[in-house]
Design a protein around this ligand. Sequence first.
Ligand code: SF4
Ligand code: SF4
Length: 355
Amino acid sequence: MLEKIKSIFNKKSKPTEAPKKYLSCEYVQHGFNVDYEDIKMCCFNCHEGGGRQILIDNYKGEMIDWNKFFKEKRKMRELNKQGIILERCKGCFFLKEREWDDEDYINYMVFNHWTQCNCKCKYCFTNEQSDYFNQRKNYNMYPVIKKLADMGKIRGGGEIGFGGGEPALLPEFEPMVNMLLDCGCDNIRVHSSGVKYSQAIERGVSEGKLTVVVSTDSGTPETYENIKRVNHFNKVWENLAKYAQAQTDNKYKVKTKYIIYPGYNDNKEEIDKFFEYTVNAGIRSVVLDLEGGWYEQNKYNVPDYLYELLDYAEQKTKEYDMKNVEFYDRASHMRIHKEEYKKLRENAQANQQNS
Ligand code: SF4
Ligand code: SF4
């Protein structure tokens, strides 16, 4: 693995004496992302370098030699110490200049290794080959992670994420979450469709160590069904209310998410109803985003009404006194680059008129 990593680092950087503080990130130091066909460094891809560096190609759940893995992590750390940054990390807002420890442990993990789901969202990456993704056999990670746990190399203080696919459908999901909680993981994030209720999610929420994020993207059954192509609107909100009841005081561990999907839910009325359902379910925590595939194709040309809609949703969070509001990658990117991209659009329009 290392030779491959080295070959894609920016070789133009000149190694210097290792500074005490250096530019690196949690995933380079102590993390990985288990994807459905390989193991990657992380799951981020909105920045210039594109992220998602592959660490182990064509992975199918084989036992990992963790000692070797840590040895290679140490070598990557040394490269960062010398000011050498992975090309794929270029421009990533997770890069930080700070002191990093030199210990071998994992506290950042993302699990995305299965693709079966009980929704059929139009925007899902599985959409174009839904039969293939729903039937493909996923591999098991529990024995691989259990070995890491038995070595005492899993720690809290980081972040564990579950995506997929629908995690609650995964047979190893409940034992995996329970094992991670038992290992002291105190910040687990599960992205769930919310269709199937999970006792392990409930346990994590009640202990204040697990956040569940359910993307309803709607406040009406019609819009829900139009996007998700299943009729579980009421079931999902019932499950959300049940998870919310398991929360302990001042821990806003149950979140609803609204992904603005141009052409489907990009209006204020739907957003209003989404907030009504959220509040009625006892939830005070939301996530806002823009649909990723659409954004990738249009990010330099996002129309003004979508910026306004994002502002409108943010204003709603204030009206409803939401205690925790998050903007995921695309929405953050939009907010950061709003003025810059506006100028680009104006210049392009001016050039068109002059030509
Ligand atoms: S800096 Fe960004 S792209 Fe690079 S490994 Fe960290 S999170 Fe991933
Ligand atoms: S809930 Fe997630 S995994 Fe399931 S179809 Fe929708 S986007 Fe895909």
